[in-house]
Design a protein around this ligand. Structure first.
Ligand SMILES: C[S@@+](CC[C@H](N)C(=O)[O-])C[C@H]1O[C@@H](n2cnc3c(N)ncnc32)[C@H](O)[C@@H]1O
Length: 223
């Protein structure tokens, strides 16, 4: 058996027992695919990880950058208390429309707001509204802007908040300082910012599974 096949089988085993789908999550993936959205949502067991992290944080305010069809949004939104709030930023109006339908079916439309536009334009507008600090920020959009997103996350959070940055491995290219792919350069800049910023303590983990070889970074906001 190939390594990749084994990773998928083990992920299926974990997912079946620990992060099983339900009608709403399954329909979210099905309708996203039917609408032609790319199959780049988090895996179910990573969705569950996001939910657990939000619960561990006791999160009441969550910010997501990169909505797609709202699959990760639903995992995160389900961690919120009834008076919680999740704002998710999506560039593509078609993705946002599919996500809004999926979130309504999930019964999360009162707690979750999908904001359409380039995140680097939505974020300053959001900051101008002076929102309460976000307890968790999930960054999963255009990787070239990852460092900018970490900077914005710092402005919109407070001590103890958690920043999660997805897809940091870039097929292993993240470790190559000569790589000029903007997604690699942006991810390296974000990781270097996390590693050097006095207000952040972070780490990054490589993973294998249903999404093949991948990884994520976590950063806690200090004082
Ligand atoms: C990897 S997908 C998000 C997957 C989603 N978090 C999930 O796991 O279900 C990335 C999304 O970010 C959006 N995106 C790309 N560039 C963006 C930008 N500049 N601002 C906001 N969203 C952007 C894409 O349209 C896409 O829907």
């Amino acid at each position: 058996m190939s390594d990749a096949r084994l990773w998928h089988e083990v992920d299926d085993y974990f997912t079946d027992r620990l992060a099983p789908g339900d009608d709403v999550l399954d329909a979210t993936l099905r309708d996203s695919e039917a609408a032609g959205l790319p199959s780049i949502a988090v895996a179910p067991n990573q969705g569950k990880l996001l939910q657990l992290l939000a619960q561990i944080q006791g999160a009441r305010h969550i910010l997501e950058i990169g909505t797609l069809g709202g699959y990760s949004t639903i995992w995160l939104g389900r961690a919120l208390p009834p008076d919680g709030r999740l704002i998710t930023l999506e560039y593509d109006p078609r993705h946002a429309e599919v996500a809004s339908r999926n979130l309504a079916r999930a019964g999360l439309d009162k707690l979750v707001e999908v904001r359409v536009g380039a995140a680097l334009e939505s974020l300053p507008r959001l900051a101008d509204e002076n929102p309460p600090p976000f307890d968790l920020v999930f960054i999963d959009a255009d990787k070239a802007n990852n460092a900018h997103y970490v900077e914005w996350a710092l402005k919109l959070t407070s001590t103890g908040s958690l920043i999660v940055l997805d897809n940091v491995v870039r097929g292993g290219r993240v470790a190559d300082p000569d790589n000029t792919d903007p997604d690699v350069v942006g991810t390296r800049a974000a990781l270097e910012l996390i590693g050097s910023h006095p207000r952040l303590s972070g780490t990054a983990i490589q993973t294998v599974g249903a999404k093949d070889y991948d990884g994520f970074a976590l950063a806690r906001v200090l004082a």
